[in-house]
Design a protein around this ligand. Sequence first.
Ligand SMILES: [Zn+2]
Length: 235
Amino acid sequence: MANFKTHIQISAISSGVLSTSLLGANFVNSVEAVLLWIVGTLGGVLPDVDSDNSTTLNILFGIITLLSITAVLSQLGVRVSTLEIWAVIAMVYGFVNWVVRPIFESYTVHRGIFHSLLAAVFLSVLSIVVAYEFTFLNTTMSWLVGFFIFIGYVTHLVLDELYSVDFSNVRVKRSFGTACKLYEYKNIQISLTMLLMAGGLFFIAPNTQGVKNTLLSKHTFVQIKDSFLPLALKS
Ligand SMILES: [Zn+2]
């Protein structure tokens, strides 16, 4: 199994190659390219949220804690004392880390549903919807966020699978086949639930047809290819 450091290095390289290609072809500006690079890199460590006490889980719950505190504080109004603000922060922190996190950990199995292509699709579509509905990003950027999460996620699954082959004496370890599955074969119920949720999210994702016509058009790929070499080298 590849460790956190390997995962973050490989996904930083692959999403860096992709985001700079989009920058070179003028599809995104430099700020958007950096954002996509970060998103793709995070996508590359996301599958390990299912392993308790992993660095990924710490990062994820750090983000959730921050967002929850922000959300609750924004609802407090102006007539609240400093002491009450501190009490609220402590309560939200405790709730997220000592109530929600143990529940999440008890329900997730390492190399369970989160190490599947179905989860990659689900979390990608989820991030498209979240990016579009809850941030300032437009339709195209929201879809690109989903695409980068997907690429990072799949890179992780493939890397885990590669690590289960012992190249020194070409032998396959017992973990082979557990990292990159289509869905969780051992739990059909949870797989079906995730499939339904992914379908539902896809339905509410912004302007699917428009994105298909622009991002997935032949013209886009030609433009990326054409902008690869410096002008001086092309004639
Ligand atoms: Zn993994």
